[in-house]
Design a protein around this ligand. Structure first.
Ligand code: DOR
Ligand code: ZN
Length: 371
């Protein structure tokens, strides 16, 4: 078993590369849902990622240690036997949240981080924070504990254009939090703008950011190509092309402040294809493949491992995974839908042919080859 600090990438960016072996990655932002939907989606995440930061925006939201422990138990029971997967739980911050509960949850190892949803910013965020100053006592406590704060970075002011809400959040809220709590570790989640990239680059080492596969691939035109495309609607919404290019540059730059977070957010097809469709893109079935294609297109496959498997754990102060996984250059077609119980969920890139395919752990991929 290699020690966890050896570089593991066997990749080079030559045309002949057909197989990529990298340290097993983690997903630093995912929605696993609950009940039947959880069972339908969790193994798409667990087969690729060793760990995942699990979002707490259930209905009702995960605001207590007991709720997080129970949810963690349901996730573990839904993971297929043979897959080693560690769900890292998060607390949902609300105006009424008790700082002592957050501290107990963190010191006992149940909560890895806490998530701030501005009230009404997105799915199941009605109980979110109405004014960040209301939770200053919690942020004070988290700063002292070294507990990361995860941000859905959009203002909810209806007078701010939806495409400007992330930039406005940075100006109005994030700068305020950083000024008040300079030692607080903060992840600006699923960034979508050049402004966010620049802000994170310029900030101190306590600020990091996750980048989704879909924001590296689509710009806002994709939502309207030939008609309305509800399966490409998510929040924060995809922006102009110049923002997508800035995100691709940031993700593939090797800068350790940027790391993998899929924001895979499944909704049943009927909930998406509706007069008021839900926000969220289900990308778990194609996550690593999509990132690999982006890094290849940018000529930076040798940096995929850092983005996918090293920058995140280092930011969170967690050990790197020791295992290795294989991604192969093998064309395959993404299914039109994932069917589970009586629910259909449409994955990102449904029906498309992808160039890379995730093959499993190095051991599994080796076994498959000899069968
Ligand atoms: O598109 C999104 N979907 N953005 C979010 O912030 C929440 C998520 C969900 O839970 O569906
Ligand atoms: Zn999310």
């Amino acid at each position: 078993m290699p020690t966890s600090d050896q570089p593991a990438t066997e990749a080079s960016t030559t045309d002949s590369l057909v197989r990529l072996v990298i340290r097993q990655p983690d997903d630093w932002h995912v929605h696993l849902r609950d009940g039947e939907l959880l069972k339908a989606v969790v193994n798409h995440t667990a087969r690729q990622f060793a760990r995942a930061i699990v979002m707490p925006n259930l209905d009702p939201p995960v605001t207590t240690m007991a709720a997080a422990e129970a949810y963690r138990g349901r996730i573990r029971s839904a993971v297929a036997p043979g897959l080693a997967f560690t769900p890292l739980m998060t607390a949902y911050l609300s105006d009424e949240i008790d700082p002592a509960e957050i501290e107990r949850g963190f010191t006992s190892g149940v909560f890895t981080a806490a998530k701030l949803y501005p009230a009404h910013a997105t799915t199941n965020s009605a109980h979110g924070v109405t004014d960040v100053t209301r939770i200053y006592p919690v942020l004070e406590r988290m700063q002292r504990l070294g507990m990361p704060l995860l941000l859905h970075g959009e203002v909810t002011d209806r007078h701010v254009d939806i495409f400007d809400r992330e930039a406005a959040f940075i100006d109005r809220v994030l700068t305020k939090i950083i000024a008040a709590f300079p030692a607080l570790r903060i992840v600006l989640e699923h960034i979508t703008t050049e402004e966010a990239v620049r802000f994170v680059e310029a900030a101190g080492p306590n600020l990091g950011a996750t980048i989704t596969p879909h924001h590296l691939v689509i710009n806002r035109n994709a939502m309207f190509e030939g008609g309305i495309r509800p399966h490409l609607y998510c929040l924060p919404v995809a922006k102009r092309e110049r923002h997508r290019l800035a995100l691709r540059h940031a993700a593939t730059s090797g800068n350790p402040k940027f790391f993998l977070g899929t924001d895979s957010a499944p909704h049943a097809v009927g909930e998406k294809e509706s007069a008021c469709g839900c926000a969220g893109i289900f990308n778990a079935p194609v996550a690593l493949e999509t990132y690999a294609a982006v890094f290849e297109e940018e000529g930076t496959l040798d940096r995929l491992e850092g983005f996918a498997a090293e920058h995140g754990p280092r930011f969170y102060g967690l050990p790197l995974n020791a295992g290795r996984v294989v991604i192969e250059r093998t064309a395959w077609r993404v299914p039109q839908a994932i069917v589970a119980a009586d629910t259909r969920i449409m994955p990102f890139q449904a029906g498309a042919e992808l160039a890379w395919r995730y093959k499993g752990s190095l051991e599994e991929a080796g076994r498959a080859e000899h069968e």
